[in-house]
Every structure is written in C-alpha cells, then in structure tokens.
Design a protein around this ligand. Structure first.
Ligand SMILES: Nc1ccn([C@@H]2O[C@H](COP(=O)(O)OP(=O)(O)OP(=O)(O)O)[C@@H](O)[C@H]2O)c(=O)n1
Ligand SMILES: C[C@](O)(CO)[C@H](O)COP(=O)(O)O
Length: 226
C-alpha cells in the first residue's frame, strides 16, 4: 500500500495569557531563538518531507514573517490564521490537508518534543488510526469532591501531551462537530465521535511552556541533550 502523506499542524494561535509576557509566548526566545522555531525544527529533523502548517493569530502573521527574516529561518512551512480557541485553530489548520493523510497536531509551545516520539506517534497512527502521546504522573493525585478531596489511584492516569496523530479522515470527521467545553485536546474531540485512542509513551522533557517558570526549565532543556 502507498505511504500516506504526512502533515504536522503546529498550533501557535494563542495569546499566552498565563505567561503574561509582552509578546505571544510562542515568539519568546529560548537559547536565542523563538520557541516556535525550535518546534518546527524538530518536525523537520523527523522528516524533511513533512508538510508543516503553522497556525498563528491573524494579527501576528506579519510579526512572524519579520521574525523569520531576523533569524534567517528558512525551513519551509505554510501559515494559517488561527481561531478564537485551540479547537478553532486546529480546524483552520486541517482545512489545508487534502485527501487521506496522517496528521500530527502539536502545540507550538512544546519545543522539546523528541524525534523518536514524533516517529512513534506517526507509526502508531498509521497502524491504529490514532496515537496520542502521554506520560505517567510523578505526583500523587487527588480528585476534588463536594466535601473536599480524595486520593485516586495514580496508576490509572496519564498526563497527555502532543503530538496527537490521526488519519486525516478521522480528524476531519471529529472536527466537523460543534466545539464542546470539555474538548481540551484533539484526543477528546476524536474520542467523542466513538473512535478509540491509542496511547504512545511521551517524554518528561516535552513540556508545554505555559507559565513564567517554564522558561527557566526551557533554557535548561535547550542546553542539555535528551
Ligand atoms: N486560539 C488558540 C489557543 C491556543 N492555541 C495553541 O494551543 C497550544 C496550547 O495552548 P495554551 O498553552 O493554552 O496556549 P495559549 O492559549 O496561548 O495560552 P493561555 O491559555 O495561557 O492564554 C499553544 O501552542 C497555543 O498557541 C491556538 O493555536 N489557538
Ligand atoms: C493539548 C494539550 O497540550 C494536551 O496536554 C493541552 O490540553 C492544552 O491545554 P491548554 O489549556 O490549551 O494549554
């Protein structure tokens, strides 16, 4: 059977409100380069032929073009304006995918994703139709209840990361439905149309840069080998 084309939809359409920086967090520099450039580089390292679609806030498209000039960033990618939510941004990215394909959706602010993780996700999605990267929690977990909280068995939980990889036909069908409040990632959207989710082992380095202290971790990771 012919190999399906591979896409990476890198969602970077958010404003980074929790980071409280003057510019969107995906443009902040780590090791002298915008976070988003590190992320794009990882997908190129995985496969230089992959079709990369970067979703950005409409009002930041020009700023990104200027950053690419400033940093002489030449890796080819398509840019698409984002939506009001991550769901809307993924949907816009998905509009650029034609026919059957394997599509990885990845947060632009997860620059330390390892090539072997991307590889494992695409391989599992090719076989099962879906592949979602996750790690085991290291802390104990408590569930909030009406009268306080209670311990839950940690071994029953996984912390979900990206990439989240799917056959394009599955992802398209899932994203045709209206957005719901509990959709926090692509797996929750795909699962809601009755599709099974295959989990793939992730990495503790694959952090989502969200709040200011994550930048300290990011500089440390950037200066060390996995
Ligand atoms: N409308 C949106 C919202 C989020 N994202 C992207 O989804 C990823 C994960 O979202 P999050 O970390 O929440 O980013 P922000 O929405 O930018 O941050 P915050 O919630 O703190 O405002 C990020 O790469 C972000 O740019 C997006 O593409 N479009
Ligand atoms: C997609 C995600 O990164 C998986 O862990 C996460 O759900 C994004 O959440 P956010 O609230 O949009 O940062």
């Amino acid at each position: 059977m012919a190999k399906l084309p591979k896409y990476a939809i890198i969602v970077a359409g958010g404003s980074g409100s929790r980071m409280q920086a003057a510019i969107p967090k995906q443009f902040l520099e780590v090791a002298g380069k915008p976070i988003l450039m590190h992320t794009i580089e990882q997908f190129y390292k995985y496969n230089p032929q992959i079709r990369i679609v970067v979703v950005l806030p409409q009002q930041q498209l020009d700023a990104w073009r200027k950053l690419c000039q400033k940093h002489q960033f030449k890796l080819f990618h398509m840019t698409v304006p984002g939506g009001d939510t991550r769901f809307g941004s993924v949907k816009n990215g998905l509009d650029t995918v034609f026919g059957e394909a394997l599509v990885a959706v990845h947060d632009g602010v997860r620059p330390f994703v390892e090539v072997k993780t991307i590889e494992a996700a695409f391989e599992a999605a090719e076989k099962d139709g879906s592949a979602v990267v996750a790690v085991s929690p290291k802390d104990s977990i408590r569930e909030l209840t009406d009268d306080g909280s209670r311990a839950v068995p940690r071994a029953k939980y996984k912390l979900v990361q990206t990439p989240q990889c799917f056959r394009a036909s599955i992802l398209r069908k899932a994203y045709e439905q209206p957005e719901q409040e509990h959709f926090t990632d692509d797996a929750s959207v795909v699962e809601s149309i009755g599709e099974a989710i295959t989990l793939v082992e992730g990495s503790y380095r694959n952090i989502k840069i969200t709040t200011p202290e994550d930048l300290i971790l990011a500089e440390a990771f950037a200066g060390s080998q996995p």
